[in-house]
Design a binder for this molecule. Sequence first.
Ligand code: ZN
Ligand code: MN
Length: 439
Amino acid sequence: MSYTPIIGLEIHLELKTQSKMFCGCKNDPFHAPKPNIYTCPVCLGMPGGLPVPNKKAIEWTILLGLALHCKVNMVSKFDRKHYFYPDLPKGYQISQYDQPLCSGGVVSLPEGDVRIHRVHLEEDTGKLQHTTIDGKEVTLIDFNRSGVPLIEIVTEPDIRSGEHAKSFLKKLHQIIRYLDISDADMEKGSMRLEPNISVKKSEDEGLPPYKVEVKNINSFNFVKKAIEYEVDRHVSILESGTIPKQETRGWNEDAGQTFSQRSKEHAEDYRYFPDPDIPPLRFTEQYIESLRENLPELPEEKARRFKEVYQLSDQSIEILIGNRQIAQYFEDAVKEGQSHNLSPVTIANWIINKKVDIHAVSATDLLHQIIQATTIIHVSDDEIQQAIQDTLSEHAKAVQDYKAGKKQALMFLFGQVMKKLQGRGDKKIIQERLEQSLS
Ligand code: ZN
Ligand code: MN
């Protein structure tokens, strides 16, 4: 029997705006010196607090939507999503229900395109800390994170393997970093990942009758492993003739396993309704176009341009467009390198092979390094041959060692030849000649 994994992803992303989503409190929970200092009646959920949406957060959500080839909805609104949890003092999260800011995008990948179902904007919750004080188990609440702008990205179930999910996430992460809207740091929890997984018999039509969600995973590799673990688990359940239980699971990295958290037989009812405190948002075409014009050159376009203009290999391009800084560094060096007749390929290879630290070496210094290393002072063949002959007769012991199989002897002899030539000449050719003479 052959099986097809059906996988979708839900990603939460904290935006790095100056202030929170619906109040003026500072948005920097990770560096806050103390808990509960970036708070006010709005983000503490006190009665009467009135939310005011953060314009930058809305702009950035639309920018991300545009970068993911989504349609921007010209009318959007915020809704209340009700559930009880101690880190959510209002008893509801301000989120978006049926009119998200963006919907219907796509991310193209060699393993298969992944369609984007929606991109919406909501607020983060506070953070619970389970600890022991004076021998008592207690839970502390920190509201510094409460109300931080949070984007939720939901994909269609187009992903077919753990590897596919990982390459989608890497590309999404790269786009987010290019837009410079979030740290997207998984260790700090500013990018949180939730795959939902099911498996069907390959010949069956439609989607499987169940799905399993794995909650809050904080690395691309763990997502890949959790998916692979779940797919194997589902296949063996299906082989035994039953259907896996619909549930929420967690990932235990030490055990390399998922574990059951709670069964989820029915969709939860959050009693969504439009937030009466926040008027609907209406955008003009002009406004959306002005945002589109503000998009930076994204990785895909940059890759295309680097191939066309600089004729680099796909491998080199992948490294050089890794982030905007390294791409910019490369282009600065190319521009300056023109007057020294240094080709883009030479510069690219140097940056990649020497693993140049772009923050430590300026583009100008880089060019000097390349020029010094690649300038070949011409030496005649006779002169090379003479230097080799002299070296071999002066160092008979090393020659013997080499013939006895000691590889280091070759490097020693080569060093002696280069010394005689005072570092002049093409190192590759000289080494070839030396080996010829030795054999
Ligand atoms: Zn506040
Ligand atoms: Mn959410």
